[in-house]
Design a binder for this molecule. Structure first.
Ligand code: GPW
Length: 827
């Protein structure tokens, strides 16, 4: 790649890196280059990169403080950042210097990268989105800080034992973390439980909180460097620690139990990430986590504001501070800001209310009711007595305001209220107290406005907007797919990396045979890379000449991995009936973690394994089909898988996937999509025209209508579609290898009869089965025409620019935050 303007002379930088790496090895590890272990080499190299980022970090802070610009705080319980070393080198535009330096040292960057423990501080799309946003914010030079939790254990590591998922702890911090810097000056106290006394003796209300438990929040800051930019932002992750190992004052007063409880609370709060995705359970520890990091963050925000703007009243906080909550998990930040403004800063209720609403904005990421957070009122009151009082008061005022608009409409007001039926409804809190609310694709925003949040949309018509998700080009193309990156850069120059719209310049190249040939070669190399990875890690041989068909995402009924698996059984049966059946050779890749407590999701993993064993046990079928389940899907696995994919499976029940983001990564990397008109797939189809994507199945409106009016009867499809019946019967007739004959009867039952009052097949797997199979026929028809397939693949990449998270962040900024970039002086 070309050499960027801020890069010092390549040769000089290379020499410098060599001497720095050798220096770090000697001074930190007392080792020579020859003696160093891979892990020590990784750390030494990482430290040199860190030094370079630190310089930017310091300069950025200085510039930000001087320029006094409004700053965004992006709050999220998940930041799924993945490994940092190579990404940081790329963002510093020093990849060439490092490549040459390490080559001279005889060190393989790809190899030492494997020594970096991967931070898996998120479940899936929501957490990865937050990480892409940090990259884009830094690249655009916008003043922002990410705020979250420093989990000691990230998302569990998945192993597959005899076809079943087994969870192992993710102790990613065991060997230290090169990238974080603890900031002891900004430690905060967070208080849980206790009692509230209202003291009016001075004529003014004074709140006294007593008998609480204290936990100390210690911030660890991770620098996030922008791409080809002098700005480095902070990702601040809070870690819990006990006030003192044992609070001796409590101890000496005989309050042993409380002292011990504090120590225990502190030890558990930031211990582990909850592994539920798109699902909420009202667990006390989870509520503690949420309050822990939001309280610490809000305290820091107010402290920093007062330090930076000593003469500005807090009624003007929103001029200097924007607070964004990534779903409702951080929504306790709202009453926490009210608490600090009221109890500590002496603002009036009206002022505190106004300021808070002006600061906050909220992104909704799902319409699925089981994912909407609701806390049991009693738990909420006991754990957070003052926050409960304030939330109650917010609710009262909100309902009162609604009453003015909708007099006597008890139904509407109770639907919109924040506290009802002994539950605190966090989405309603966030809706009431944010000045903007956004969905994550246009379809999703439409559903919010017309359906889930229709009452709010009527009350405040401009409040709910749609901002389509995006992914960072740097990690998902430059880092993951260097071959494609070089090819694109050669064709259209390097500017697309920061200005992804320029990818459209590739459109004419779709008709350029030489370019297409090279595009194909890059794909073939990535397929070989994945095949080698699988051979070395799993001892499985795949055919790099087969169609690589990938479904990689959390395991969920609504994402319908089951539809994919049933379709493989259908192909299996066709080959059994006619070994000469016209079926293109394919490798089906699955990668998916299931929540440990999600029984049916785990059953689907077992089914995929049973299908895999069945397919490979048949000498005829295995010549055509192969199923590979890649365990422990994570960011670094995605970086190998996605560039190798030719077909991207985005087959959720329409209306259920708010946006999806893997769809964008696959598209960027030149895979064609087979998908429903759901989430951002709709926009993908609009952007490049329906010819370049395989769309099938019911539309969101139809699904909604069928379910609402009980028009869907899965059993009828079973009776009328012979092929479908045959496939479904395989779940229960002993065709599949299983521990016991009824192994898959739960799946069978749920599709045909429903359970626990649920209708049969609520995700319309059977209804979309035939259209899916047909679309798959079309896929293989096009795949056989190599040139046509490549043409479409190039057009996918060429139209992916819209899905850059730089565009997404620019839209958030124009429509919600209104930040100005930090001006950096370039030396
Ligand atoms: F339920 N998403 C996710 F909305 O990854 F909170 N985890 C979650 O817990 C939720 C949503 C929540 C995903 C959506 O499912 C996906 O469609 C979307 O692309 C992604 O968030 C980012 O917006």
């Amino acid at each position: 790649m070309d050499i960027k303007r801020n890069q010092p002379d390549l040769q000089a930088r290379k020499e410098q890196i060599i001497s720095e790496v050798i220096g770090k090895l000697r001074r930190h590890f007392g080792r020579t280059l020859e003696e160093a272990t891979p892990s020590q080499l990784y750390k030494a190299v990482a430290m040199t990169v860190r030094d370079a980022i630190m310089e930017k970090w310091t300069a950025t802070r200085k510039a930000r403080v001087q320029q006094q610009k409004k700053r965004l705080y992006y709050l999220s319980v998940e930041f799924l950042i993945g490994r940092s070393l190579v990404n940081n080198i790329i963002n510093l535009c020093q990849d060439e210097a490092y490549r040459q330096a390490l080559e001279e040292l005889g060190v393989d960057l790809a190899e030492i990268e494997q020594s970096e423990p991967e931070p898996s501080l998120g479940n899936g799309g929501l957490g990865r989105l937050a990480a892409c946003f940090m990259d884009s914010l830094a690249t655009l030079g916008l003043p922002a800080m990410g705020c979250g939790i420093r989990y000691e254990y990230g998302l569990f590591r998945q192993k597959i034992v005899d076809g079943s998922q087994v969870e192992m702890p993710d102790n990613w911090l065991d060997d230290g973390n090169v990238w974080e810097v603890p900031n002891l000056d900004d430690q905060m106290e967070v208080h849980f439980g206790g009692q509230i006394e209202e003291d009016w003796s001075s004529g003014q209300l004074h709140i006294r909180h007593t008998g609480y438990h204290t936990v100390i929040a210690v911030p660890y800051d991770i620098p996030i460097s922008g791409y080809d930019s002098d700005v480095a932002l902070s990702l601040r992750l809070w870690s819990a620690r006990a006030p003192q190992q044992l609070d001796m004052s409590l101890f000496s007063r005989g309050e042993y139990a409380r002292a011990a409880e504090e120590a225990e609370l502190a030890q558990t709060i930031s211990k582990v990430l909850y592994p539920e995705d798109n699902h909420q359970e009202g667990k006390m520890l989870r509520l503690q986590q949420h309050y822990f990091f939001t309280s610490a963050t809000i305290q820091y925000i107010v402290k920093d504001f007062k330090k930076r703007y000593p003469h500005m009243p807090l009624t003007r906080l929103h001029e200097k501070v924007a607070i964004h909550i990534n779903d409702t998990h951080p929504a306790l930040a709202i009453p926490e800001l009210m608490r600090i403004l009221l109890d500590q800063e002496g603002l009036s209720w009206e002022d505190a209310w106004q300021v808070t609403r002006n600061c906050f904005a909220y992104t909704n990421h799902t319409v699925m009711s089981e994912a909407l957070e609701r806390w049991p009122l009693q738990m909420f009151r006991e754990l957070l007595p003052r926050i409960h009082m304030i939330t109650n008061a917010i609710n009262e005022q909100y309902c009162h305001d609604l009453w003015e608009i909708y007099p006597n409409d008890f139904g509407k007001i109770s639907y919109m209220s924040i506290i009802a039926y002994d539950q605190v409804r966090m989405a309603n809190l966030a809706l009431a107290m944010s000045h903007k609310v956004n969905g994550v694709s246009q379809l999703h925003a439409d559903i919010l406005r017309k359906d889930l949040f229709a009452d709010w949309a009527r009350t405040e018509p401009d409040k709910i907007i749609g901002i389509t998700n995006g992914v960072t080009i740097r990690r998902w193309c430059v880092k993951a797919n260097p071959g494609l990156t070089d090819l694109i850069t050669e064709a259209i120059g390097p500017d697309w990396i920061k200005d992804a719209d320029q990818l459209q310049k590739l459109i004419p190249f779709a008709a350029d045979a030489a370019f297409c040939e090279r595009f194909r070669r890059v794909k073939a190399e990535n397929k070989a890379r994945l095949s080698n990875y699988i051979a070395s890690k799993m001892d499985i041989k795949v055919d790099p000449g087969s169609l690589f068909d990938c479904q990689a995402k959390r395991l969920h009924e609504y994402k319908r991995q089951l539809l994919n698996a049933l379709h493989i059984l259908y192909l299996y049966r066709r080959l059994k009936e006619d070994p000469a059946a016209n079926i293109e050779k394919r490798t089906f890749f699955f990668a998916a973690k299931a929540s440990p407590g999600y029984y049916r999701a785990k059953e689907i993993i077992r089914l995929i394994h049973a299908v895999k064993v069945l397919v490979e046990s048949d000498p005829v079928v295995r010549e055509k089909l192969q199923v590979v389940f890649l365990p422990n899907y994570c960011v670094s696995l995605a970086e190998v898988l996605i560039p190798a994919a030719e077909l991207s499976e985005q087959i959720s029940t329409a209306g259920k996937e708010a946006s999806g983001t893997s769809n964008m990564k696959f598209m960027l990397n030149g895979a064609l999509t087979i998908g429903t008109l759901d989430g951002a797939n709709v926009e993908m189809a609009q952007l490049m025209g329906g010819e370049n994507i395989f769309i099938f199945g019911r539309k969101a409106q139809e699904v909604e209508n069928m379910l609402r009016n009980k028009l869907y009867h899965a059993g009828e499809l079973y009776e009328t579609n012979r092929a479908l019946k045959n496939v479904l019967d395989m779940l229960v007739d002993g065709s599949l290898p299983a521990d016991h004959p009824r192994q898959f009867s739960d799946l069978y039952q749920s599709l045909l009869f429903g359970d626990g009052g649920n209708i049969a097949d609520p995700y319309l797997v059977l209804d979309d089965f035939a259209p899916y199979a047909e679309a798959q026929e079309e896929v293989q028809r096009v795949y056989r025409d190599t040139q046509e397939w490549t043409r479409r693949a190039v057009l996918n990449t060429a139209h992916a620019g819209f899905f850059s998270s730089d565009r997404t962040i620019q839209e958030y900024n124009e429509r919600i935050w209104h930040l100005e970039p930090i001006q950096m002086e370039r030396e």
